[in-house]
Write a protein that binds this ligand. Structure first.
Ligand SMILES: [Zn+2]
Length: 209
């Protein structure tokens, strides 16, 4: 990584970095790149999960291969029924869907935060508050790299993203699939970090604020 990207990574906090690491792990495993982590009030990792609905069998997630194996559900499936989650924050790389949001509420998660709007959502909604726009770019780069890997560059979701998130799809076009196959996410981000920074700046100008 570059000096700048190392500093940014360390400043991002465990909710952002861990959820993105898990999304990257999904991408490398051939799954849908979404990650989620439950963080305790002291910054400790209580539980974590990644989307396991689509990638090849393996691992020990109970929900693997089922339509409810979303990242947030897999994280919550690792929490004991008796656990008090009221002081925890569930971070997801993407805005939780209705099922996962309901599961967070049902299990008493204290706060829910996310890094980026979900590119697959018909109603992507507003950007998350208080999240560095560079991580929003990274979250959607990972997600869309996954879509490109399974469904091809002309997948309807990618075509739609070219309208909605042109800075991200422009950058995606310059990153070859093999460049994501690194041991850690920072290893993959180092070579493209200046482009991530640039994309975040251009996106900020487009959306205003
Ligand atoms: Zn979900």
């Amino acid at each position: 990584m570059t000096v700048d990207s190392i500093a940014a990574w360390h400043d991002a906090g465990p909710g952002v970095t861990r959820s993105l690491e898990l999304a990257h792990r999904s991408l490398v495993a051939g799954g849908l790149p979404v990650g989620a982590v439950v963080i305790g009030s002291g910054g400790d990792v209580v539980a974590e999960g990644r989307n396991r609905a689509y990638d090849p069998p393996g691992g020990d997630d109970r929900l693997q291969g089922s339509p409810i194996a979303h990242a947030e559900m897999n994280a919550l499936a690792r929490v004991a029924t008796s656990a008090d989650l009221s002081t925890t924050t569930l971070w997801s790389s993407h805005r939780p869907c209705a099922m996962c949001a309901a599961a967070c509420e049902f299990t008493g998660v204290g706060r829910v935060r996310f890094v980026a709007p979900d590119p697959s959502d018909d109603q992507p909604g507003p950007d998350p508050i208080g999240v560095d726009g560079r991580w929003l770019i990274v979250a959607n780069l990972l997600f869309l790299a996954g879509i490109r890997a399974y469904s091809g560059a002309n997948a309807p979701m990618l075509r739609r993203a070219r309208d909605r998130e042109p800075e991200t799809t422009d950058l995606l076009d310059t990153v070859a699939p093999h460049q994501w196959r690194t041991a850690t996410l920072p290893d993959a981000l180092g070579p493209i970090w200046s482009h991530v920074v640039n994309a975040a700046q251009r996106r900020q100008l487009r959306v205003g604020g």
